[in-house]
Design a protein around this ligand. Structure first.
Ligand SMILES: [Ca+2]
Length: 96
């Protein structure tokens, strides 16, 4: 296990770290509220997600990912976004 992290390991750490960089403690669990989620989209995903840089589009995406409808993005819900982006990188169309 000695040596440098692989590119994949670095990427996984970046995925997790980016969530916790913006997440706030919401009743005992870390989650992104709408403002934090928009900040993450604008600061970290402006190249992959060019169409959700506006607040309105960000709100729509939050609604789509917020499966338990609590207006917050949990780590599990964020993971769904990561999966969608990976699918898009692989050539899929995740838009609809
Ligand atoms: Ca939620």
């Amino acid at each position: 296990m000695a040596g440098k992290d692989s590119e994949l390991e670095k990427g996984l750490h970046a995925i997790v770290g980016s969530f916790y960089k913006y997440a706030k403690d919401k009743g005992g669990a870390q989650a992104l509220d709408q403002a934090a989620f928009q900040k993450l989209l604008n600061n970290e995903l402006s190249h992959q997600l060019t169409d959700v840089q506006s607040t309105e589009a960000g709100k729509d995406l939050l609604k789509k990912l917020d499966t338990d409808k609590n207006q917050l993005i949990s780590f599990e819900e964020y993971w769904e976004l990561v999966a969608l982006i990976c699918y898009a990188i692989d050539g899929g169309d995740w838009g609809n």
